[in-house]
Design a protein around this ligand. Structure first.
Ligand SMILES: [Zn+2]
Length: 162
């Protein structure tokens, strides 16, 4: 697998964008998936969520995508998280004038998702997860700075964005 290759179905994204991690780089952790199915899950998420977002809002930065067991441990993250399977991405918009709220609203209104979290709302990032067969589960959550992830209604979370 050429990690610098474009993802089929999501031509504005490369595999490496879902695999690279500042923490992994810093700690010398190889975050390359060993299991081919991880690539297929990344592709499903990229194709159905990330590329449509890119088409609508311009460049999207993926702060965290796949997390190997070693990276999960380094981050103190839950190994049951969608990130551990290649099903989740933490994203922020790069284009001027586009906000995390814009991404949150667009995903909610237009795209399939299993889990959508407004993280460190209002200024943080959007976590979106998509699992095959669970596209309509639509778990909506939020996390305030320093808080834990909580379930919320769409209206409740919208009010938290500035
Ligand atoms: Zn996340």
């Amino acid at each position: 697998m050429d990690l610098n290759a474009q993802i089929p179905g999501a031509p504005n994204f490369k595999w490496i964008e879902f695999i690279r991690s500042n923490t992994a780089d810093r700690r010398g952790i190889d975050n390359t998936p060993r299991d081919q199915s991880v690539f297929s899950r990344i592709e499903y998420l990229a194709d159905n969520v990330l590329q449509p977002l890119r088409n609508e809002f311009g460049p999207i930065k993926i702060n965290s995508g796949y997390r190997s067991a070693a990276l999960n441990r380094a981050l103190g993250s839950n190994n049951k998280s969608f990130h551990a399977y290649g099903m989740a991405a933490d994203i922020v918009p790069l284009a001027k004038g586009v906000t995390t709220k814009d991404l949150f609203v667009y995903i909610h209104d237009n795209l399939p998702y299993t889990e959508l979290i407004a993280e460190d709302v209002p200024d943080g990032w959007v976590h979106v997860a998509l699992e095959r067969g669970r596209e309509k589960e639509h778990q909506l959550k939020y996390k305030r700075v320093g808080g834990s992830v909580q379930r919320g209604t769409y209206e409740q979370i919208l009010r938290m964005f500035a």
